[in-house]
Design a protein around this ligand. Sequence first.
Ligand code: ADP
Length: 164
Amino acid sequence: MMMSKVGIYPGSFDPLTLGHLDIIERSLHVVERLIIAVSDNDKKNHMFDADIRVSLIQDTINSFDVSLKKRITVEKFDHLLVDYAKSKNSNIIIRGLRAVSDFEYEFLMTGMNRTIDKNIETIFLMSSDKYHFISSRFIKEIHRLGGDISKSVPKPVLDFLKKI
Ligand code: ADP
């Protein structure tokens, strides 16, 4: 019997961007099921509440084809990532890579996770070039200053940001 490959895509998603969405869609070419794990960690200063971040992802995923949608789950997590992955019967972590500046952090995190559990594999998907410069941090900053972010975030996120 083929084992169903479950991947975990962890992140802050504060908020979800088209860059994240691209990684989500492409990771479905690699894993059969994807769990988007939204970090609910008080130590990170998130702008949006974890429940809001989850529902913005859910609303965006809802416009996907049913065949794709049924392979995706979105939920909060506040455990150690490797323990969380294990509890979901997954040993695959998906991360996106943009510029070289992402590399060091991702490299250290992958190494740390492997120290804790040597069976965990992290798969990196390189950002598509049109999304290379998109980050949640800049989205928040541009939005705060009244700039146009419509080319960088999915519609549910745009609508939400317009309201606040
Ligand atoms: P974290 O706080 O865990 O870094 P983020 O929400 O900032 O959470 O990012 C989650 C993952 O998505 C990270 O692996 C990050 O590199 C990746 N990512 C973020 N933006 C993009 C993008 N524009 N293109 C590709 N990957 C991205």
